[in-house]
Design a protein around this ligand. Structure first.
Ligand code: SF4
Length: 228
C-alpha cells in the first residue's frame, strides 16, 4: 500500500516566509490565505515552536516546509541547531534551492541538508550543497520533476525523494515514469534509499511504487510505533 510522506515526516514551521519566489509555491498561497504573516517575502522566526523538539517521542521533522534555509538569519539557524543537538531522539530535514548562497559547517548527527532539483539545469545544486554546507547527511528532493534529469552524480547523498506536480497546475505538467525510474535505478546502484511520493502513484502504478527511508528514519518510525 502506498504511504503518504506526511504521515511519516511532520512539518515544524519554525520559519515562515521565503524570498525564492517559485511560481508553484503552495506555502505562499496557504500563508496568504490564512494571513499567517504580514508578507511572505519577509521571513519570520517563531522561536516558541522550538518547544516541540522537547517531546520524548521521536519524530522526523521537516523544518523548511514554509521557508528556504537560505532565507533563515544566522542567529535563527544557530538557535535551532543548538536545540537539535540537545534532542538526538529526533531527525531533522532542511531544504534549500539556493545552496550557493549558504556557507556553514555542522557536525550535527541528526540533521539532514538537501536541495530541491526540478530539472536537469538545476543539477549543479547538488554539488553546491556539498560545497557550501559541510554536514554529515545529505538528501535530494526531485520534485516537481519538470524534465529528465539524465545522469546524476549522487555520491555522498543518503536519500532521494521523487515527486510530481500536484494541485491545479498538475494538468499542465507531466512527469514521465521513465524519469522517476532512471533516478531510482541510479540511486539503487549506489544503495541509496528512494521515496516516491504518493502523487506519483497514478503515473507509476501502485505495485511499482518504491518508498524507502534511510536507516535512521526507519529507527524513528519503529520507536514511534513502540511508544504508541
Ligand atoms: S523555495 Fe519553497 S517556500 Fe520558497 S517560494 Fe519556492 S516553493 Fe515556496
Amino acid at each position: 500500500m502506498t504511504i503518504c510522506i506526511k504521515d511519516n515526516i511532520q512539518n515544524m514551521n519554525l520559519v515562515i516566509g521565503c524570498t525564492v519566489g517559485c511560481d508553484y509555491c503552495y506555502a505562499r498561497n496557504n500563508v496568504n490565505r490564512w494571513h499567517m504573516i504580514e508578507d511572505f517575502s519577509n521571513p519570520e522566526f517563531f522561536e516558541d515552536k522550538l518547544r516541540m523538539m522537547d517531546r520524548k517521542k521521536p519524530h522526523i521533522w521537516l523544518l523548511t516546509g514554509m521557508s528556504d534555509l537560505f532565507g533563515w538569519k544566522e542567529e535563527w539557524r544557530e538557535k535551532v541547531f543548538e536545540k537539535i543537538r540537545n534532542n538526538p531522539q529526533h531527525q531533522f530535514l532542511f531544504l534549500t534551492k539556493r545552496p550557493e548562497l549558504l556557507d556553514f559547517e555542522t557536525d550535527l548527527e541528526n540533521a539532514w541538508f538537501g536541495v530541491t532539483v526540478t530539472r536537469r539545469s538545476e543539477l549543479h545544486r547538488i554539488d553546491d550543497l556539498k560545497e557550501h554546507i559541510r554536514a554529515r547527511h545529505y538528501h535530494v528532493t526531485f520534485e516537481p520533476l519538470f524534465d529528465d534529469p539524465g545522469r546524476v552524480d549522487l555520491s555522498g547523498i543518503e536519500w532521494i525523494v521523487v515527486g510530481t506536480m500536484t494541485g491545479a497546475k498538475s494538468r499542465k505538467i507531466h512527469t514521465e515514469p521513465d524519469w522517476a525510474w532512471s533516478l531510482t535505478e541510479q540511486a539503487h546502484e549506489k544503495k541509496i534509499p528512494v521515496f516516491m511520493k504518493e502523487d506519483l502513484e497514478p503515473i507509476i502504478g501502485e505495485k511499482n511504487m518504491v518508498q524507502e527511508f534511510p536507516d535512521a528514519f526507519e529507527k524513528v518510525l519503529r520507536l514511534q510505533k513502540e511508544m504508541k
